[in-house]
Write a protein that binds this ligand. Sequence first.
Ligand SMILES: Nc1ncnc2c1ncn2[C@@H]1O[C@H](COP(=O)(O)OP(=O)(O)O)[C@@H](O)[C@H]1O
Ligand SMILES: [Mg+2]
Length: 320
Amino acid sequence: MTLLSVQDLSIRFRTPDGYVHAVNNVSFDIEEGEKLAVVGESGSGKSQIALAILGLLANNAEASGRILYKGQNLLDLPRREMNKIRAKEISIIFQDPMSSLNPYMTVERQLNEILELHEGLRGRAARSRVLEVMEAVQIPDAKNRLKSYPHEFSGGMRQRIVIAMALLCRPKLILADEPTTALDVTVQAQIMHLLEDIQKEYGSSIMLITHDLGVVAGFCNETLVLYGGRVMERAGTAAIFAAPAHPYTRGLMRAVPNIHDPSATLQSIPGQPPNQTRPLVHCPFAGRCGDSLEACFDILPELSPAPHQRACIRAVEELT
Ligand SMILES: Nc1ncnc2c1ncn2[C@@H]1O[C@H](COP(=O)(O)OP(=O)(O)O)[C@@H](O)[C@H]1O
Ligand SMILES: [Mg+2]
């Protein structure tokens, strides 16, 4: 069953220098229980897609297309209706835990506020739910730590609290935007294990945003690759790792240091990031692509059909 359907989503920002075209006609579905990775370099539009889903885009943003959730287009939803969906149906985990936590409130109060607002739970019922999620995210001695303030926890523990917050109302979809990027490597692994356990237990779908392909391989069953605000490739994670079909994805994979070969060097993709000040008229990767043809500078390729989707005229050539 499809849980969320993003259809032809475009997001542009009004700036004093004209428009910035951040997301360009992006379409994808998230199925119930699916773990979808959205990968791409910094600036490729990953966070803006997540913010659009939750109605949290900046004031200078203009979004078009549809984001269908339970038969309604989230882009058209009045603020009051959107507030009911946020946290309860769809929640988000940001990269920096301090951006989600109020430094002046105890952890217990912050969690209680969410429960009261969305579920009308207070008192003992609220307390037992709070304890349940604090234990789910493995905060040691949770009962006695509830009265602590965010700064009294380590970075890793703070991110666990943010995850607890995201879980509190048992949402159907969790958007995790670089949830481990601010943490050191050992803590990163712990948090990813935790997310994995929680996903199994709660059955929520997860959209994991990351620039780190290493995180994706062990965690997500589906992978979507973004470049210049456009979907370059989407398929099962195993299929993409076994045979990346888009030259950009191949470039990304070469850029990942090989854990089996410590001498392998990290290779970055040569060239400049795409110009976002004009609407896309041809493949955004053409200028950096080692396999480009003349036509790549004229044509904006559509995504090929599932199961292994790619937006590359080379791919079309291969298919015909
Ligand atoms: N409020 C804004 N005004 C103008 N441009 C913005 C604004 N917010 C984001 N952008 C631009 O949108 C593009 C995509 O950003 P983002 O989705 O945050 O990238 P990332 O893939 O790193 O998460 C970037 O070029 C960014 O500069
Ligand atoms: Mg981002």
